[in-house]
Design a protein around this ligand. Structure first.
Ligand code: AMP
Ligand code: MG
Length: 501
């Protein structure tokens, strides 16, 4: 497949692109061009993010800027590429995935000196499109924008969203829907799937690992390649640690990724690819929202186990670098992988302790487990329950009783208060500390759904208001009270999300 000639246009509205990945690992990339956008309209621009990337907001809002963000024009100093990767999807291996509807424009260095990728998603067919059309539509791209920015505001490592542009192209989905392009910012787009592809098809695993180390774990660059302090084993452990922290972050806010394939597991430790993701309302470890996850492989409570499975696939690609003796390499990688559970538990217990006002030093695993059991039994709303506990400390015991009936939560509350007393902090201060880690506003499915429906019909206002709520998630604003409320029961019971649209 030869690179298409369009777009003919070149723009200088954004500049400063470099291409360290495409230069270091050329065989993992294909230079490519985006499809034209017949009538581009900027739907949303992340001005703060633009500024942190050293990009001029005015320039991005100009016709030339919008042309770049839509793929209709290419930045003069960029060489857009589609990248190759493989992946285990729902447990089965697909030898070649790759950017089927995305292009890496290149890398920029932000105002903190950090190198980031700027990628267009929905920018047209590539050699990796397989049966797909290469395009995306407004609903799912606005969804990724909203949820990724909400995750960032919750302090969770994630790719960010710079803009969504409607292209003016009609795209076949449920009937014809408005086409859109998302501009995505990521620490990098290196995935476990990138290593799986390199390990099976190239001799580039070592340069790929060295590139990833330099970019994401530079403190390991000086480690020896072999021996006890093996750099690549340390690299594996470093990714393991970041992913254990990430998974704990997800579980603490009730986030269900929905499609945790190995191509959607990053080496940087960022959340990536907001397809069929959702936040739980009622606490239910078996919650599944994705329309294609029939077996519940990626159910809420399964996520840490699945991530560990994905990391085992990652470890397999690194074995030849871990040591010359395969048995010893497997033993070393397995020993490292085994530490995932304790790493994850440590992060999760520390996070849960903070959510109920206990410090890590005074944590009480049994108390935490018992609360989770009560919440599960009574299908308590995950997000509001922790705010209700803080209200209880302030003397308002109504909200917690509506999460779990008083006769059931009463004994637990007594145990909790005596646990808090051991710390000796005034209840008011504990309640404030809890409010700083327990969000009020998350992108609740019913709200996201309503906002995206309106946006698809041309009304961006509900989207903008919801974005305003979820990007300052801890700050109570009375005019936004309805965004903090759980979904109506009928909605929660039937809600489904759809993948890859
Ligand atoms: P995802 O489920 O978004 O992680 O995507 C899995 C794979 O499918 C990736 O290789 C994507 O590039 C590809 N893909 C998803 N949607 C499309 C589409 N509309 N056209 C072409 N490729 C697609
Ligand atoms: Mg993906």
């Amino acid at each position: 497949m030869a690179a298409p000639d369009s777009p003919a246009r070149i723009s200088t509205a954004i500049s400063g692109f470099t291409r360290t990945f495409a230069d270091a690992l050329t065989p993992l990339t294909v230079p490519w061009r985006s499809a034209d956008a017949p009538d581009p309209t900027l739907l949303v621009l992340n001005e703060q993010l633009a500024e942190s990337l050293g990009l001029e907001v005015e320039a991005l809002r100009s016709d030339d800027g919008i042309a770049i963000l839509s793929g209709a024009a290419a930045p003069a100093d960029a060489t857009p590429v589609a990248t190759a990767y493989s992946g285990h999807q729902f447990g089965g291996y697909t030898p070649l995935l790759g950017d089927g509807r995305a292009l890496l424009l290149g890398e920029l260095v932000d105002t903190h000196g950090t190198r980031i990728d700027l990628q267009l998603k929905g920018s047209g067919p590539t050699p990796f499109s397989r049966g797909g059309d290469g395009f995306a539509v407004t609903g799912p791209m606005l969804r990724e924008y909203l949820v990724s920015e909400a995750m960032n505001a919750l302090g969770i490592p994630t790719t960010r969203s710079l803009s969504v542009v409607a292209t003016g192209r009609g795209v076949q989905r449920n009937g014809i829907e408005p086409g859109a392009v998302l501009a995505r910012v990521a620490a990098s787009h290196l995935r476990v799937g990138t290593f799986e592809y390199a390990a099976r098809n190239t001799d580039l695993v070592q340069p790929l690992a060295d590139y990833a180390i330099t970019r994401h774990y530079p403190e390991l660059s000086e480690m020896p390649e072999t021996g006890g302090g093996n750099r690549y084993l340390k690299f594996f452990e470093a990714v393991l640690e970041r992913q254990a922290q990430l998974l704990s972050d997800w579980m603490l806010v009730g986030f269900v990724h929905g499609v945790m394939n190995t191509d959607n597991t990053t080496i940087s430790g960022e959340t990536i690819d907001y397809g069929p993701c959702a936040f739980i309302d009622a606490f239910d470890p078996s919650a599944v929202f994705s329309s294609i996850d029939h077996g519940g492989r990626y159910a809420f409570g399964n996520q840490p186990v699945v991530l560990k499975w994905n990391l085992a696939r990652f470890a397999e690609t690194l074995l030849p670098l871990v040591g010359p003796n395969p048995d010893e390499a497997i033993a070393a990688a397995t020993a490292a992988l085994t530490t995932f559970d304790t790493r994850y538990d440590r992060h999760f217990m520390a996070g849960m302790s903070a959510k109920i006002g206990l410090s890590e030093a005074f944590t009480d695993p049994e108390l935490i487990d018992d609360l989770l059991t009560l919440m599960k039994e009574h299908r308590a709303d995950w997000t509001t329950t922790f705010r209700a506990l803080a209200d209880d400390l302030r003397g308002d015991d109504v909200p917690i009783a509506s999460a779990v009936p008083r006769e059931h939560i009463g004994p637990w509350l007594e145990r909790w208060r005596s646990s808090l007393q051991r710390i000796g902090r005034p209840p008011q201060r504990t309640a404030e500390a809890m409010d700083r880690v327990n969000p009020l506003y998350i992108p609740r499915n019913h709200q996201v759904d309503a906002a995206l429906r309106a946006a698809t019909d041309g009304d961006m206002e509900p989207f903008e208001r919801l974005l305003e709520a979820v990007t300052r998630p801890y700050e109570r604003r009375t005019e936004l009270a309805h965004y903090a409320a759980p979904a109506p029961q009928a909605f929660s019971d039937s809600f489904q999300t759809f993948c890859g649209t």
